[in-house]
Design a protein around this ligand. Sequence first.
Ligand code: GAL
Length: 656
Amino acid sequence: MIFGVDYYPEHWDKSEWKKQARIMRDGNFNTVRIAEFAWCRLEPEEDTFDFSWLDEIIDILAAEGIGVILGTPTAAPPKWLVNKYDVYMRDKYGRQRGYGSRRECCANNSYYIARSKVIVEQLAKRYGKNPNVIAWQIDNEFGCHQSTRCYCEHCGREFAYWLEKKYKSIDRLNKIYGTVFWSQEYSSFDDVILPAYTSCEGDYGKLQAHNPSLEMDFYRFSSDSWVRYQQMQIDIIRKYSDYPITHNMMGHFSDIDYRKLGEPLDITAWDNYIDNQWDCSDFENISMAHELMRGVKNKNFWVMEQQSGPCGWDRFGGTPRPGQLRLWTYQSIAHGCEGLLYFRFRSAPFGMEQYWLGVVDHDGVPRRRYYEIKQTGEELKKLSDIFVGAKNSTDVLLVKSYEEVWCHEIKCHTEGFDYRNTLYSYYRANNHLGTNPVCGGEDMIGGEYKVIYMPAYSMVSAEVEKRLEEYVQNGGTLVLTYLSGTRDVNNNIVTSAIPGRLRKLAGTSVAEFDSSRGDVELGNGFGVSKLWRDILEPETADIRVCYNGEYYKDSAAVTVNTYGKGRVWYVGCDLEESALLKLVKIISDEAGAGYISHPDGTEIIKRSVNGREYFMLLNYMRNAIDMGIRGKSLLSEKCFDGILDGYGVEIIDASK
Ligand code: GAL
């Protein structure tokens, strides 16, 4: 199993390299990722290249048995490049992104593309068959620092081509967008604007004042632009190298459609920071991020950067407690990671990330964090056979659509509604119950899952409608909510009764809705709704929960419909945490979906590999917990008595 660190040899004097490589080897690391920010050292002047240092460090690492994942350095252009060419993005106010950080270049900028091609080709040619290189990482975290959407001239031109390819005729675009509204009809594709700063926006703060179909296409186009930019690099590398190609994604990040970005990659990778300056995530939030990354290709993945110390940019987040670095490593593995690198090897004394601590401190001395990681590496050596290629068993799929994220961002419907939080609340309830759902796309809809959740999935295409119908017809349980089926794929509101294309499946329609502020009580002990209430008119569906207040008291809030061999739930309102958990349990029980009961603050994940089954037990709490499960420990080879230490991990053989 790949077990390594992210390493920046260019930050250190050459005299340190051998010593550093030895510390890595002693720490059980077998892989490093390098060079993804080294453009200025690889091409110090235009068309003048220096690979001598990279050759040298690759050899030094190889001598210690350490393989290299080579990053293409295009996330941070050298100064000569920006001096000569205007490659900068423009924001929606027309402001240029300045130099001094990174990710300032536009994916559609022809100069940036041309220079990227040159450096990538040079690297691929030189290292494409190098036996010490094991894989490629394209660029670094596309979209990071809000760099997905750009409003420059290059984008303007490319957007016109993109639209022309999609709509063929401008009349068609005008009709679909409804540009007759506010007299906006366009005369040609070149005439279509980028949805930049416009009059009304200033009045209302964050409001997006553009045509919603235009805005949606611009989000799609911006995402596609990075997919295309990545493809350019993949095509070049593939001319010279057969090594796996990946890109380091960012978990919950949603400005780029990760399924499209992941499609041409051999393996998904992502960067996992649990507790940093900006956020101390709940463990379920990190588990969901892993599950999203597993869902990118419906396959196991790598973690390219895993937190290894306290970290932040101008202030620190929390210091990982003894045991947490090991615990987080096993959490990654339990959810499908089969190769993991810690960010970064040695903490940098200079540069923006002085406060992003690595495996060893600024002085290069191995201390507590290093030794904990080293011990973890020792364990993984023994267990790698059961981790690589392992499958997580689950009966539940939670669908996240990137286009839905954009749709709900363009109009958030009511104060306080957030599509991603809604998904998270469904994930959390499932995680709590122990169904351990995978988070994937529409392409994963199928009989493999007993229950599929599609909260607030609004823009339903004919294809998705068909897939869902087939799925339910054949016995699946589908869960829809308020806002499901309300729009067409052009981001226009459906002109049929809500939930539009899903009405027949749901067996109910929405007579009206109430998104007024204030709590409305629900019947059957389901607490209150705070955000949104669909007042349902069941057609063939049975009523499960009614409203217990307001002018729609006794109207249906939650229904279930039998359709073919399957069933469709329609949850017409938001639910509090405990009510959602109660509902998810009812849904799972009625659908026969399996779950593993486990104490709060823990996870138990069932996995299988080559006919062997095992449970991974993770305790995120500081105190010891009785996990209610005993068996032979694959870690200690002793009998595990059920009590798991604070921040502890166990792996139990399930075949005995
Ligand atoms: C990641 C990024 C790394 C480094 C790290 C710490 O998002 O890929 O290059 O910047 O964060 O900030």
